[in-house]
Design a protein around this ligand. Structure first.
Ligand code: IMP
Length: 203
């Protein structure tokens, strides 16, 4: 019988990515909505790891025999003391457009040289298993904040997040290219390994 997984997200893109990376050979993967779970979660952790575990534990209360996964991600800019960090979605207000948020970050870095504009996307994913076992992984991708937005793909801070080796933003590369190197792609592949280990799959 397939292991059941519930991913604590309502985001269709994330569901597609998790299905692609975990594969449906071993797993029956559902979103919270597909699993009929609806709960308010207060993400008041200080780190990406804490927030992802808060979400996974909250959903696990309703998940019976399923493994629950939850992620938390964001952008850290070194010259801004790692802001916006866990407040990435809430930076300048949840409803403020990313055009405005991105312009603001570039403005705050005025006069900062390229080598000091380092930044990273971080993604923590927690898993809570039906036996109560908990684990958390972190994926990162390093880059820098460009001098102007570039590209139409992606979402959020992608237009201002540039790759060191390509000098283009992650909004300028294809979704496939981004998934292969992204913080979320890395974290999903790591959590897959943790799940295989815990469930003795492939032994
Ligand atoms: P979430 O935890 O995945 O909902 O992400 C929180 C916020 O981090 C998003 O609303 C974006 O602002 C930012 N973020 C996370 N991952 C990415 C990414 O791959 N590209 C651009 N922005 C991202």
């Amino acid at each position: 019988m397939k292991n059941k997984i519930i991913f604590a997200t309502g985001n269709a893109n994330k569901m597609r990515e998790i299905r692609e990376i975990l594969g449906e050979e071993y797993f029956e993967i559902k979103s919270m909505k597909e699993a009929g779970i609806d709960c308010d979660i207060v993400e008041d952790g200080k780190t990406f790891e804490e927030n992802s575990l808060i979400k996974a534990k909250a959903v696990a209360q309703f998940a019976k025999d399923a493994i629950v996964l939850a992620d938390d991600s964001g952008l850290e800019v070194d010259a801004l003391n790692k802001e916006p960090g866990v407040y990435s979605a809430r930076y300048m207000g949840e409803d403020t457009s990313y055009d405005i948020k991105n312009a603001n970050i570039i403005e705050r870095l005025e006069g900062v040289a390229k080598e000091d504009r380092s930044a990273r996307f971080v993604c923590a994913i927690s898993a809570v298993f039906p036996d109560g076992h908990e684990t958390c992984v972190r994926g990162e991708i390093e880059g820098y904040i460009g001098y102007e937005p570039m590209g139409e793909n992606g979402f959020g801070y992608d237009p201002i997040f540039y790759l060191w080796d390509k000098d283009v933003s992650t909004a300028s590369i294809s979704p496939e290219e981004k998934n292969a190197i992204s913080h979320r792609g890395k974290a999903l592949r790591m959590i897959k390994e943790e799940i295989f280990k815990h469930e003795n799959i492939g032994c």
